[in-house]
Write a protein that binds this ligand. Structure first.
Ligand code: NDP
Length: 444
C-alpha cells in the first residue's frame, strides 16, 4: 500500500466517527500524493504524515453557566492545537450546536495549511463549543464567554496560541472573552484577534475574509483572462464572511443576487442591498425574512436553494458541506465559470471533483478565505508593536497577501504538472513549508 493510503487509513482508524476530519485528511493527502511519492521512503521513515494528521495537543473541557432564569447548563469546550512548526497556534473559535471534536479537528487541520499559505509565521489550531448563541440574551452570552475563558486561559497566550472568531463568535464574544482573560491573567496582551478598535483590534479585520475572498477571486479570474466586472454572483450565508464578500463584489462591479441563513434564502434580481443586509444581521440580529421589508422586489424562500440560481460565480460562505454534487450539477448546467470558497470546506469532495472535471475554476477555502487569518496575524503584529495601522494600510497588505497566495498555489500546481488544479496547488504549497519546518526541528 502506498504511504499516502496507509496514513489515510491510519487517520480513519485512530479517529473513529469523525467524518469531517476524515474528509479533510483525504482531500489534503490525495493531492499531496505527487509530492510524497517522489520521496516516499524518507517521509515514511520520519512518520511525517502521521505527525501531520495528529494534533500536537487536544483540550476538552466542561463549560458550566447559568441562564437568566437561574437554570444551570453544561456545554463541551474544545481547543485543538494542531501544529506549531511555523508559529504560535492560530485559528478561530466556533460556537454552534453542531460543534464536536471531529469538526474542530477538521478545521484545525485545514488551518495548518491555510496559515502556511499566507506566508506569515502562524501555526494552526481551532476551538469552540457546542453552545447555541441563538436566542440568548447579551447577559447570557457574557456569562457563557466568561466561563469558557475561565478554562481556556491556561492554554493560550500571545506567543502560544491566539484564537479568533468563527461561526457564532464575532466582536461581541471576542470582547467578553478578552475581558475575562485580562482579568484572570492580569496581562494586557494580544491573546485574541478580532478585538474591538478601542482595545487592540485591527482596522479591516471585520471585512478581511470577505474582501480577501474577492481579491483572490478577482486575481484567479484575471489570470484566466476573465473580468469580474458585470458578472452575476450567488452567495450563501449572511454572516461575517458573506456580508463583506457581497460588499467587495459590488465594489468590483459584480452583481451578487443571493444570500442565505440556516432557515432560508433571498433572491434579489436587482442585486443584494448590502446596507439592508448589515442592518438586519449586524444591528437587529434578525432573520432574512426581514429583507423583503427593505426590497419589495426580492424573493424569500424557505430551506436551501441558492445554487439553483443562474450565475457566473458561486461563493459558498456559510458552512461545511453546503454545496453537494446535485448543487454542482445545477451550477454547471447554468454555466458557472468559477466557484470560490468563503467558508471552510463548503463543497463536498464529489462536488469539487465534478466542478473541476467540468472546467470550472475552483478556489479552495484554505486559500481563498485566508484573508481573515492573515489579517488576524497583522493584528498580532500591531499588538506587538503597540501601534495601529490605517484601514488603507491593512487593506493594501491584505490584497497583496491574497494575490501572492494565488500565485504561490498557481506556481505549485504548475511545478507538479497540475496546472489549473488550485486545490492541489494550495495543499502542496501549504504542505511544503510546514514539512520543511517540521523536519528542521527534529522529532518533536
Ligand atoms: P457567521 O456566524 O457570521 O455566519 C454564518 C452564516 O452561515 C450565517 O448566515 C448562518 O446562518 C449560516 N449557517 C451557519 N451554519 C449553517 C448551517 N448548518 N446551514 C445553513 N446555514 C448555516 O460565520 P462566518 O461568516 O464568520 O463564517 C462562515 C464560514 O466561513 C465558516 O465556515 C467559517 O469557518 C468560515 N471562515 C470564517 C472566517 C472569519 O473570519 N469569520 C475566516 C475563514 C473562514 P444562521 O445565522 O441562521 O445560523
Amino acid at each position: 500500500m502506498s504511504y499516502v493510503d496507509e496514513v489515510i487509513q491510519y487517520a480513519i482508524e485512530k479517529n473513529p466517527a469523525q467524518p469531517e476530519f476524515h474528509q479533510a485528511v483525504k482531500e489534503v493527502l490525495e493531492s499531496l500524493r505527487v509530492v510524497i511519492e517522489a520521496d516516499e521512503e524518507k517521509y515514511r521513515k520520519e512518520a511525517l504524515l502521521e505527525r501531520m494528521v495528529t494534533p500536537e495537543r487536544q483540550i476538552l473541557f466542561r463549560v458550566p453557566w447559568v441562564d437568566d432564569k437561574g437554570q444551570t447548563h453544561v456545554n463541551n469546550g474544545f481547543r485543538v492545537q494542531f501544529n506549531s512548526a511555523i508559529g504560535p497556534y492560530k485559528g478561530g473559535l466556533r460556537f454552534h450546536p453542531s460543534v464536536n471534536l471531529g469538526i474542530i479537528k477538521f478545521l484545525g487541520f485545514e488551518q495548518v495549511f491555510k496559515n502556511s499559505l499566507t506566508g506569515l509565521p502562524i501555526g494552526g489550531g481551532k476551538g469552540g463549543c457546542d453552545f447555541d448563541p441563538k436566542g440568548k440574551s447579551d447577559h447570557e452570552i457574557m456569562v457563557f464567554c466568561q466561563s469558557f475563558m475561565t478554562e481556556l486561559y491556561r492554554h493560550i497566550g500571545a506567543d502560544t496560541d491566539v484564537p479568533a472568531g468563527d461561526i457564532g463568535v464575532g466582536g461581541r464574544e471576542i470582547g467578553y472573552l478578552f475581558g475575562q482573560y485580562k482579568r484572570i491573567r492580569d496581562c494586557y496582551e494580544g491573546v485574541l484577534t478580532g478585538k474591538g478598535l478601542t482595545y487592540g483590534g485591527s482596522l479591516a479585520r471585520t471585512e478581511a475574509t470577505g474582501y480577501g475572498l474577492l481579491y483572490f477571486t478577482d486575481e484567479m479570474l484575471k489570470s484566466n483572462g476573465i473580468d469580474i466586472a458585470g458578472k452575476t454572483a450567488v452567495v450563501s450565508g449572511a454572516g461575517n464572511v458573506a456580508i463583506y464578500a457581497i460588499e467587495k463584489a459590488i465594489e468590483l462591479g459584480a452583481k451578487p443576487v443571493t444570500c442565505s441563513d440556516s432557515t432560508g434564502w433571498v433572491y434579489d434580481p436587482d442585486g443584494i442591498d448590502v446596507a439592508a443586509l448589515k442592518e438586519i444581521k449586524e444591528v437587529k440580529r434578525a432573520r432574512l425574512t426581514e429583507y423583503k421589508n427593505y426590497r419589495p422586489n426580492s424573493e424569500y424562500h424557505e430551506g436551501r436553494g441558492v445554487w439553483t440560481v443562474k450565475c457566473d460565480i458561486a461563493l459558498p460562505c456559510a458552512t461545511q458541506n453546503e454545496l453537494n454534487l446535485d448543487d454542482a450539477k445545477a451550477l454547471v448546467a447554468n454555466g458557472v465559470i468559477a466557484v470560490a470558497e468563503g467558508a471552510n470546506m463548503p463543497t463536498t469532495l464529489e462536488a469539487t471533483e465534478y466542478l473541476q472535471a467540468n472546467g470550472v475554476l475552483f478556489a479552495p477555502g484554505k486559500a481563498s478565505n485566508a484573508g481573515g487569518v492573515a489579517t488576524s496575524a497583522l493584528e498580532m503584529s500591531q499588538n506587538s508593536e503597540r501601534l495601529s495601522w490605517s484601514f488603507e494600510e491593512v487593506d493594501a497588505k491584505l490584497k497583496n497577501i491574497m494575490v501572492n497566495i494565488f500565485h504561490n498555489l498557481d506556481d505549485a500546481a504548475k511545478q507538479y504538472c497540475l496546472e489549473g488544479n488550485y486545490v492541489a496547488g494550495a495543499n502542496i504549497a501549504g504542505f511544503l513549508k510546514v514539512a520543511n519546518a517540521m523536519e528542521a526541528q527534529g522529532i518533536v
